[in-house]
Design a protein. Structure first.
Lengths: 180, 221
């Protein structure tokens, strides 16, 4: 087995378990492609979808970073080729739908921080309530990401990860790239 | 774009340490480290301190302005007073040229410092404010910036003001206490590429033996 030496930005290494954030994004792409990106928490069901921008990065090769933009980069040949070659998603535009609410945001893989979040428009105009309302919505978004990440960790820490999930991901990429 | 309006860009932190028992101590800590505006006659090029979130020009921090229920709302204000580098460079060159000889390193440094000092009175400080929300009931803090430098300033200011540490809330904490076992290795395929795929970094199989690893007991804990 080749020795794993992951080359990343030194800044990334300061983050705790940054590689799990990157693996989570690949897993989520796989789950979305299979129509299995709906999760459930104590407030009901929530579903994930990818938006119009995905940034990939890899440890080696002629291309270290690639930004895929368009109507559906999550189903592009460039993405499959990148994942197959060992590149990982560093950030992606995403949508989470829960009932009639929809959150649009960019998720940063290494830290699971969010950027340019467009909160659902259920807010009051001004005053003290505005901060409370916005924080409640932000917490709801955090909770959705946490639910999906915990589902990933549950698979990731079991033998099923290497026995089933990784071979299935490989088969998915091979099928999309018309290999085998 | 901040806590009160616009799109949201935040970095999340866990607040670690013994929290002050009454809100008065939190207000006192913030007031002690409220921003002190730059004095153009002084030497400081950059200062950082707390300001009111709803009006960063207002440095009068009161409990009414800071507390929204259990939530503390503040702004990290950073003021910078520097002359444009191109102007400094040009004036230093003119000054050194006037001496009529080749300046040594010490003379260059002295000329630069003198030019910078002369220019300070001609420029106004540039003010930037970044919102910080601290939920005292859940021990979570949200910083409205992804800039590494600004976040470092905020972490430092928070510690000086309240004696509490801000720890980045990354995958380890999102997963939940004890959910990620120590020593969990990265998935080889997601670094080296999947076997048989074009552009893969190495040949051959990998991940051999990894299927024997079972961390589920830890994950279920």
């Amino acid at each position: 087995m080749p020795k794993l030496v992951e080359k990343t930005n030194p800044e990334d290494e300061l983050e705790d378990y940054a590689f799990l954030g990157r693996e989570f994004m690949s897993w989520l792409l796989f789950r979305v492609a299979r129509g299995e990106a709906t999760f459930e928490d104590d407030q009901g069901e929530l579903s994930f979808a990818f938006g119009g921008r995905i940034r990939l990065a890899g440890p080696a090769g002629d291309v270290s970073d690639a930004v895929l933009k368009g109507s559906s980069p999550s189903t592009s040949i460039e993405l499959y080729a990148g994942l197959g070659a060992g590149r990982s998603v560093r950030e992606a535009e995403m949508r989470i739908a829960r009932g009639e609410r929809e959150f649009r945001f960019t998720l940063i893989a290494e830290t699971l921080d969010v950027r340019t979040v467009k909160l659902p428009s259920t807010l009051k105009d001004e005053g003290d309530d505005r901060l409370a309302d916005r924080m409640a919505l932000l917490e709801e978004l955090e909770s959705c990401v946490r639910t999906a990440f915990q589902a990933f960790i549950k698979e990731r820490t079991r033998p099923v990860w290497q026995r089933s999930v990784i071979p299935e991901m490989r088969a998915w990429l091979a099928e999309r790239l018309k290999l085998d | 774009m901040g806590a009160l309006s616009g799109s949201v860009t935040v970095r999340r932190y866990l607040v670690r340490g013994e929290k002050p028992k009454d809100s008065g101590r939190i207000v006192k800590g913030a007031r002690a480290h409220a921003l002190v505006p730059i004095d153009p006659r002084g030497d400081a090029e950059k200062v950082c301190g707390w300001a009111c979130m709803d009006d960063p020009d207002d440095l009068d921090l009161t409990a009414e302005r800071m507390f929204h229920g259990p939530t503390v709302a503040l702004a990290v204000r950073v003021d910078t007073l520097t002359a444009p580098a191109a102007v400094v460079k040009r004036l230093v060159a003119e000054r050194l040229k006037a001496t009529g000889r080749r300046a040594n390193r010490a003379e260059k440094i002295a000329a630069k410092a003198e030019v910078k000092k002369t220019l300070r009175g001609r420029y106004l400080p540039v003010t930037r404010a970044y919102d910080l929300v601290w939920q005292t009931d859940t021990d979570l803090a949200f910083m409205w910036s992804h800039s590494k430098r600004i976040n470092e300033m905020a972490v430092d200011l928070f510690f000086k003001s309240f004696g509490l540490e801000l720890v980045p809330n990354g995958p380890l904490f999102v997963a939940g206490r004890g959910a990620i076992p120590a020593g969990l290795p990265a998935t080889p395929e997601m670094i080296l590429g999947f076997p048989g795929m074009p552009g893969r970094a190495v040949d051959g199989e990998d991940g051999d033996g990894a299927e024997d690893e079972d961390f589920s007991e830890v994950a279920d804990a």
